[in-house]
Write a new protein. Structure first.
Length: 499
């Protein structure tokens, strides 16, 4: 049994105007052919594919296509997009005839010249392997499902958890679906429905948030005989592309229709939209003063608008300015900024040297200004670690050079490139201790809770400007289908013809 495997993974924030480049993918590790299983055979969805195929009696031989992944950022530039597609074309040609295809995808990935990179890749793979070979793709729960994806994949299997703690298991579920199709010689019927909704990621918690009960229903549904996949995709909202909105989808090999189930799930989603928009967030000055007044430590502040996990630029200075102003901070404060120029200045100053420069505000000056910062360089190092937790399982992280600079009670980790703003491992990789400090900043709207909740004394959400803000009126959407709630007032989901 010859199974082709590959990965194309990035979440694109189209309001981050800095393009994702070939260098970004190369920095995060590219692999082709046998390298994929050798190097990433235990990582995330790819790890789930390998583990799921291990006990398949038919005996699986993997044919590695391409593994490309990089951290959320702006649209993939045109040249890089064509490089990606050429790489897949070459590897598909080399693989020749296969019995099935497993692809680890995100589902909200766009290039400068392609709104739906996931769908375009699925169409390319379909054209290469022909209509009869089953193709299964895994997706993030924030995928924006398109008709192109549905038309070209036999089965789409998405995360059921936010924070995303189930990437590995999602890979295993994909294998279960592929195996059913191949062993039974059948293809599933897919019933799906778009909903004209986007909601703030702060409300997407599937363990404790409003959608929790829905995800438990999906899990139960997937246990039913014949149901290969049941998904609810809440869509990456900072994705100015056609067909943006939630999607409910059920794929089954049983003859009976799942239309009613999908309609019922969709109706429940529609009633959730209002409760999901009631989120308590505070402006920069207030959120820092609330954190200072909160008993116990550490207190984590989630800056969703600058969330590197949502493709924002990670260089907002709003909270840093307040931390510097509101000193003293018992236990000290920790934050990080993506700022390659500031890293270079710190390198020149050397460990123990004086740092005096503007930091932040360079990648998205429309949301925050550079901030003059004076301090002492405490450490210079490569920021490399292995992510386990939200989004990653055994995922190698490369954020380039890093510099730790301290000013009074405020310590800033400067890095060259973006990475997981949801994880305390980022600070720990730089020798800092987020478990013992007074205030720590997470650049993530929701996922950080999985990794911070176990040790923090309190959690607050900031309301600052940034390209991952849930204040939709601050963003200008041009390519989406309208109407879309809450940008437009809609009484009933059915009133959106495009769905
Ligand atoms: Zn996601």
């Amino acid at each position: 049994m010859q199974i082709a495997i590959g990965q194309l993974w990035q979440e694109t924030n189209t309001f981050n105007h800095n393009p994702t480049t070939r260098g970004d993918f190369e920095n995060w590790g590219t692999a082709t052919g046998d390298q994929i299983v050798a190097e990433y055979g235990e990582t995330g969805e790819l790890g789930g594919f390998v583990s799921g195929c291990r006990d398949w009696d038919a005996g699986v031989e993997f044919l590695g296509l391409v593994r490309l992944a990089c951290w959320p950022w702006g649209r993939v530039d045109q040249q890089t997009h064509h490089w990606i597609r050429d790489l897949f074309a070459q590897q598909l040609a080399e693989a020749g005839r296969v019995d099935g295809v497993l692809l680890a995808l995100h589902g909200a990935m766009a290039a400068e010249d392609e709104h739906d990179l996931t769908g375009a890749l699925l169409a390319q793979v379909r054209a290469a392997v022909g209509p009869d070979i089953p193709i299964v793709g895994t997706l993030d729960l924030h995928a924006n499902i398109t008709r192109q994806m549905i038309d070209n994949a036999d089965l789409l299997v998405g995360y059921h958890a936010c924070p995303h703690l189930d990437s590995f298991e999602t890979g295993q579920r994909a294998v279960r679906g592929l195996r059913s199709m191949i062993e039974r010689g059948v293809r599933p019927q897919t019933t799906w429905r778009k909903l004209p909704i986007i909601t703030a990621a702060e409300s997407h918690n599937t363990f404790t948030g409003p959608p929790a009960a829905l995800y438990r229903q999906l899990e139960t549904l997937e246990q039913q005989p014949g149901v290969l996949s049941a998904g609810l995709y809440m869509a990456m909202p900072w994705f100015d592309c056609p067909q943006l909105g939630w999607t409910v989808i059920v794929s089954s090999v049983e003859p009976q229709s799942h239309q009613q189930t999908v309609d019922e799930l969709a109706a429940q989603c529609w009633t959730l939209r209002q409760p999901m928009s009631d989120i308590k967030r505070y402006p920069a000055a207030e959120v820092v003063s609330r954190a200072l007044a909160h008993p116990g430590h550490p207190i984590v502040i989630g800056d969703g608008a600058d969330a590197t996990n949502s493709g924002a630029t990670g260089d907002s200075t709003h909270l840093l300015r307040e931390l510097l102003t509101q000193q003293p901070i018992p236990g000290g404060a920790l934050t990080f900024l993506i700022d390659p120029d500031a890293v270079a200045i710190a390198e020149q100053a050397g460990v123990g040297g004086d740092f005096h420069a503007s930091v932040g505000g360079a990648f998205s000056p429309e949301y925050s200004d550079p901030l003059p910062f004076r301090g002492t360089v405490e450490n210079l190092l490569d920021i490399e670690f292995v992510l386990d937790g939200h989004i990653g399982k055994k995922l190698p992280i490369h954020m380039g050079r890093g510099a730790v600079v301290r000013s009074g009670d405020v310590t800033v980790l400067l890095t060259e490139t973006s990475g997981p703003g949801s994880s305390p491992l980022l600070y720990e990789a730089a020798g800092l201790n987020p478990r013992e400090c007074g205030i720590v900043i997470a650049k993530s709207p929701a996922g950080f809770r999985a990794d911070y909740d176990p040790f923090v004394a309190g959690t607050y959400l900031a309301d600052c400007p940034g390209c991952a803000t849930p204040e939709w009126s601050r963003l200008s959407f041009r390519h989406i289908n309208r109407p879309l709630w809450p940008l437009d007032e809609i009484e009933r989901a059915e009133d959106a013809d495009w769905c």
